[in-house]
Design a protein around this ligand. Structure first.
Ligand code: ATP
Length: 463
């Protein structure tokens, strides 16, 4: 066990040092709110997405997948309400012109601003507390008025004329609109019947005024969203059901139950029947990881009204026609990534030495096995180790390493969370005939080693 202080610093420095996360545009001095996933980061992110997809799409009988476009017809975002209503409260420092989120500045002095507060009320609350609030950049307390700032990212993709002054297109602010506008396509082309779901993983973009807390709040991020289309009568049961499923998902990943909690929305948007968040205990406190929402028939109705295309469902047994209600579970890949780093970061003592170890569950670990020749200057060991690498790498993400000594290689693999390290030594080659064609397998968590036959190695590693 270790001291929890500076956990975010420890995680970010490990993530950078070991090639999980780099600051975006690093050699240009960085670009606010942008991060790049490095060689181990991309593996971890892919494994997070695979685990989610497997649980949501593969293991449910009535959920299908989708990959919709990032740039859609601009009217999609008018109909969804994002063009008019998707905004954050912004306040500008009159001394240094830094723009901040008014609700975040209030939060920092312990004043909770209601999520659904009007800009007028928020302005009043901000003014009341003005004296205590300091600009995060220059430290002064001289602010302008609070105003709303739209989060949609505009683009001129597809508009080629120089004097074009028409409607902008938008990069999607959430992936679920792509699901709603394909509801009819999916219904018409597959065998799904209500209740059924559509799931999608993909990038979303928001012009966050103040991206912060590392990869927690980015401008370009990735979402994993599942929308269930159900009868109006079963909406609330489906909602309760999905709350249970999503909670269990985190427990099955190995999260400690004390690190997640529910946070019901205090004020529901007018169309929602129920809404709650799963919050995770990030190094900066409990914050939203995932939202589970019962959205009524708001989204499909809005798109039906905007397009004139019927999005009603005809029940084949009762012949009843209705617009299905929606229950959604929506989570960010980047926030899950940060939760996973936080949850599985550990420091302990092994063989009298302190080490840092990422205790990732095997399904999330970027590298499942590392293969080492005991010595790099013995060609017969290197050759045999490469043979073993070829065998295991057909079944799992593996890494070959002959740098430095074995102790150093272990430390490195512990830091990237590799569950097993395999070493090829002289016994493997038959120096001890009893051990011919066996290797030592070292367990990341206990440090214990076992001799395993190469023949059964893949099976052993797959546990
Ligand atoms: P927040 O209140 O933190 O801004 P939100 O309620 O606006 O989040 P949703 O619109 O419900 O978020 O989006 C669903 C999920 O997408 C969130 O639970 C979160 O995991 C992720 N997400 C939203 N905004 C961002 C962002 N700027 N950076 C990274 N992930 C995000």
């Amino acid at each position: 066990m270790f001291d929890n202080a500076n956990k975010l610093e420890k995680i970010t420095s490990l993530a950078k040092r070991r090639g999980f996360v780099f600051s975006g545009s690093d050699i240009y001095g960085g670009f606010v709110g942008s991060y790049d996933y490095g060689p181990y980061g991309v593996e971890l992110a892919n494994n997070i997405k695979k685990t989610w997809w497997k649980r949501i799409v593969n293991e449910e009988v009535n959920i299908v997948g989708l990959d919709s476009a990032i740039v859609t017809h601009p009217k999609v975002w008018e109909a969804s309400g994002h063009v008019d209503g998707f905004s954050d409260p912004l306040v500008e420092c009159k001394e240094c012109n830094t723009r901040s989120r008014a609700d975040h500045l209030l939060e920092e002095i312990g004043v909770e601003a209601d999520e659904k507060m009007s800009v007028v009320d928020l302005n009043a609350l901000f003014s009341k507390n003005k004296g205590d609030i300091k600009c995060p950049k220059c430290g002064q307390s001289n602010f302008g008025q609070v105003s709303n700032f739209n989060l949609l990212v505009k683009t001129n993709l597809g508009n080629f004329s120089d004097d074009w002054a028409g409607e902008p297109a938008y990069l999607r602010g959430e992936t679920c609109q792509g699901i709603y506008i394909n509801f009819k396509n999916v219904l018409d082309t597959t065998r799904v019947k209500v209740p059924f779901g559509i799931a999608q993983i993909g990038k979303a973009f928001r012009n966050e005024i103040a991206p912060r807390q590392y990869i927690f709040r980015k401008r370009e991020f990735e979402q994993m969203e599942m929308q269930m289309f159900v009868t109006p009568e079963s909406e609330m049961d489906t909602y309760e059901d999905w709350k249970k499923k999503r909670w269990q998902f985190y427990l099955d990943l190995g999260f400690k139950e004390e690190n997640i909690r529910w946070q019901n929305h205090k004020n529901l948007v007018f169309y929602a029947r129920a809404a709650t968040d799963i919050e995770y205990n990030f190094p900066f406190g409990f914050k939203e990881l995932e939202g589970v929402h019962a959205r009524g028939d708001y989204d499909l109705t809005a798109h039906q009204e905007a397009t004139g295309v019927s999005l009603e469902y005809l029940d084949p047994t009762t012949n009843e026609k209705y617009i299905p209600h929606v229950v959604e579970a929506s989570v960010g890949v980047d926030r899950t990534f940060l939760a996973v780093l936080t949850e599985f970061y550990d420091e302990d003592e092994l063989g009298g030495e302190t080490r840092t170890v990422m205790r990732f569950p095997r399904e999330l670990a970027p590298i499942k096995v590392a293969v080492f020749p005991l010595l790099r200057n013995k060609p017969e060991l290197v050759e045999k180790a490469k043979e073993v690498f070829t065998i295991v790498s057909k079944h799992m993400r593996a890494e070959f390493d002959d740098n430095g000594n074995v102790g150093k290689r272990y430390r490195r693999q512990d830091e990237i969370g590799t569950p097993h390290c395999v070493t090829i030594d002289f016994d493997t080659l038959g120096e001890n005939p009893e051990h011919l064609d066996t290797v030592t397998v070292r367990d990341r968590d206990t440090g214990e080693q076992e001799r395993v036959k190469i023949e059964g190695l893949v099976e052993y590693l797959q546990g």
